[in-house]
Design a protein around this ligand. Structure first.
Ligand code: SF4
Ligand code: SF4
Length: 145
């Protein structure tokens, strides 16, 4: 490279704004259709479990506490999820969406990747009954639970 060309490149770089972004202090909005963490609208859910049955990664467990009173807990294994959106497509009641706001999903501990959705009371009951990560009892809570 000629010295003149090199100098002009150096000068251009010095007076240009940086190409990199100062993340995380400078953030851009994520694209509208970005597939981030699942969100679940409990009020619309019927507990049919189609989302769990059709998930190719077994990333969803729909735990039934009491169908009559619509008490369900969704356990979402974020570390297994491939973000394929199959569950979003399959849910006939539009309960599941993928947030484009929650996409910074790194964590320092494994527990953070198991997410429970449901009322505080129901989630507490499920954690007490099954523990945090066990896949057992994914449809029916234990009797007398
Ligand atoms: S498919 Fe929809 S309605 Fe059925 S259990 Fe899943 S979230 Fe609920
Ligand atoms: S996005 Fe795909 S892998 Fe993730 S929970 Fe839904 S169906 Fe399963």
């Amino acid at each position: 490279m000629r010295i003149g060309t090199m100098l002009s490149d150096v000068l251009r770089s010095i007076f240009s704004p940086p190409a990199t972004r100062e993340y995380p202090s400078v953030r851009k909005d994520a694209p509208e259709r970005l597939r981030g963490k699942l969100t679940w609208d409990r009020s619309k859910c019927t507990g049919c479990s189609l989302c769990a049955k059709e998930c190719p990664a077994n990333a969803i467990e729909m735990i039934l506490i009491d169908r009559a009173s619509k008490r369900f807990v969704m356990r979402y294994h974020m570390d297994a999820c491939t973000f394929c959106a199959q569950c979003v497509q399959n849910c006939r009641f539009n309960c599941i969406e993928m947030s484009n706001k929650e996409w910074e999903l790194a964590a320092l501990n494994k527990e953070a990747f198991t997410v429970h959705y449901g009322s505080d009371e129901d989630v507490a009951k499920i954690l007490e009954t099954f523990g945090k990560n066990q896949a057992e009892g994914s449809l029916e809570a234990k009797p007398n639970a």
